[in-house]
Design a protein around this ligand. Structure first.
Ligand SMILES: C[S@@+](CC[C@H](N)C(=O)[O-])C[C@H]1O[C@@H](n2cnc3c(N)ncnc32)[C@H](O)[C@@H]1O
Length: 273
């Protein structure tokens, strides 16, 4: 779990935002330093002209982690990815005319949600970690600014993504039947992932601050009780079932798999946008 962390502000134009975030997270604020020379904290949340990032400190630390939607892997996947043929699309039940409202109950840095929104779904993103919330909402806000000026298609896609800063269990228990999502998507941290060689070095910091999501099993029965059509669980390929519960069926990829728990058949036509 998280060791020691501070807010690092390296741009006076965002100092007020940095002060507010430090107060909200109740962590110290450090001004104008290179993360490479900081020794008092293991991590900093860096605010500068590029946005909000999680950064490990020290000379050999990997680069900052941001939620990035306008460049890099997720942007490339939106433009050149496999569309509705992707495993995640099949798992969620997306097909021509059928675009379910997905509640991503473990939003993280929003990559899977962004893929689902780019495939035509309305997505509600739930994230409980205040640090991850700060990074994700910054990434979404920067993407909206960019898209408003330069990319109308991306802009309308981003309008389909709504971030709710709340624990999913708390959110789900108070959900009225009329507001049930069509699909609930779960991708909790898997404990063994942290030891795995698959964990990219640059994501190690993310794993350190989020921890192991030890309560993940309890999300499955709650999700099954508050959804219209199905719950989709993303797991490492060899991992046991969430909550030891056998799914209706599975889709298996190279390193991960989707366990699909069906409540009832998805209709041929579904559009929430
Ligand atoms: C493995 S990450 C998800 C990665 C995400 N699928 C993506 O594509 O970026 C798991 C995230 O779920 C969040 N999380 C776990 N349990 C949660 C809960 N009960 N409510 C809200 N967020 C939760 C964690 O804080 C963490 O950020």
């Amino acid at each position: 779990m998280i060791q020691s962390i501070a807010i690092l502000c390296n741009d006076s134009s965002v100092q007020t935002a940095a002060e507010l975030l430090a107060a909200k997270l109740q962590v110290p604020l450090v001004l104008a330093q290179s993360p490479a020379v900081i020794t008092d904290y293991d991590f900093v949340i860096l605010l500068d002209d590029a946005g909000v990032a999680l950064q490990q400190t020290g000379r050999k630390a990997p680069g900052p982690i941001r939620a990035e939607f306008t460049e890099g892997a997720v942007d490339h996947r939106r433009k050149f990815g496999g569309g509705k043929g992707q495993m995640i699309a099949k798992a969620v039940g997306i097909k021509a005319g059928c675009y379910p409202h997905v509640l991503d109950a473990t939003a993280g840095l929003g990559k899977d949600s962004f893929v689902l929104a780019s495939l035509g779904c309305k997505v509600t993103l739930l994230e409980r970690s205040p640090i991850v919330q700060a990074i994700l909402s910054d990434g979404l806000a920067r993407a909206v600014d960019f898209a408003r000026a330069q990319d109308p298609e991306l802009f309308s896609l981003l309008q389909q993504m709504v971030l709710v800063a709340q624990d999913s269990s708390e959110y789900l228990v108070q959900l009225d039947h009329a507001a049930f999502p069509d699909v609930i998507y779960l991708d909790p941290m898997f404990p063994e992932r942290q030891k795995s060689a698959d964990v990219k070095k640059d994501m190690a910091a993310f794993h350190s601050i989020v921890g192991k999501d030890e309560d993940a099993d309890s999300l499955l029965p709650l999700a099954l009780a508050h959804v219209n059509y199905r719950v989709v669980v993303k797991r490492p390929r060899k991992a046991p079932f969430l909550n030891n519960q056998t799914p209706s069926y599975q889709l298996e990829g190279k390193s991960s798999r989707y366990d699909i728990y069906t409540i009832k058949k998805m209709p041929d036509q579904l559009n929430n946008t």
